[in-house]
Design a protein around this ligand. Structure first.
Ligand SMILES: O=C(O)CCC(=O)C(=O)O
Length: 267
């Protein structure tokens, strides 16, 4: 860790002003990209710790050629906050949590899990998929913050969304795979769905619903696409089946409320 970088966390707690238009745009498109959410100083401070933890916790030793499509897409490290108090501070940001709650229109959000998604230099594409397929939630009030820790050019494989696709019910059951990429792309072509992709400035963060279809191109550069994500659920979300290890000690029908599923923001 570079001790010269200040631990200034002003950006993590101060409110971000969301306009009515931005909230409406999120709800109709299923995603939004917001600029200047975090400062470059804050991002660089946490990037150093998150990157250190990715390489500490990853047990990937194979070359890209030896991996399947999913494994080529990124190094994926989950619930890093359990291993680092610095990461815990980052993912507990009330600035980010409040944006998530205001976009969802809920009275607050709690942690489902965090996830670093490092698309290595030369790493493969991320196939089309929806996230909530994997999650046993009683409602649709789930949202992911996709937080670039470096500027992400088009060549690095920024996350891409199909606007309005959170309302599409077809193909939701396809787990992330070569099959999901082909079948969902065909469905998108058949219905003439729009495709939204653009580079991310440093400080820009996207938010998407658990049911929004998304994917990413491969990383054609020789630097890693360093991204942290935080997956939030409505503070009042109940689970519909047991969900170990993500929601420990929680029975179906209950609200997860424990050391992993803590409240991040409450109005
Ligand atoms: O980072 C990527 O390539 C895909 C992101 C994603 O699937 C997600 O954040 O839910």
């Amino acid at each position: 860790m570079n001790r010269n970088i200040s631990t200034n966390n002003i950006d993590l707690e101060s409110p971000y002003d969301l306009s009515e238009d931005q909230i409406n745009s999120f709800r109709s498109n299923g995603f939004i990209k917001l600029k200047n959410v975090l400062s470059s100083e804050t991002l660089e401070y946490y990037r150093q710790e998150i990157t250190r933890m990715v390489f500490k916790l990853s047990n990937e030793t194979r070359s890209l050629e030896e991996r399947n499509t999913y494994e080529k897409a990124f190094l994926q490290i989950e619930n890093m906050f359990l291993h680092s108090q610095i990461v815990k501070k980052f993912v507990s940001s009330t600035r980010l949590g409040r944006i998530a709650a205001e976009l969802l229109g809920t009275r607050g959000v709690r942690m489902y899990h965090d996830q670093a998604l490092y698309k290595e230099a030369g790493g493969g594409h991320t196939p089309w998929h929806v996230d909530q397929l994997y999650w046993p939630f009683s409602t649709d009030y789930s949202i992911t913050a996709w937080i670039p820790l470096v500027p992400i050019s088009m060549e690095m494989g920024p996350v891409a969304f199909s606007p309005g696709s959170h309302k599409i019910k077809n193909c939701r059951d396809l787990i992330i795979s070569d099959e999901s990429e082909t079948k969902i792309q065909k469905m998108m072509d058949d219905i003439g769905a729009a495709y939204g992709v653009s580079a991310f400035d440093l400080g820009e963060v996207s938010f998407h619903y658990g049911w929004t279809f998304h994917r990413a191109d491969e990383n054609k550069t020789n630097i890693a696409r360093e991204v942290m994500t935080i997956i939030y659920m409505d503070i009042d979300m109940r689970i519909t089946r047991k969900d170990e290890p993500w929601c420990p000690d929680t029975q179906p029908g209950e609200i997860p409320n424990n050391h992993k599923n803590f409240v991040i923001y409450e109005k």
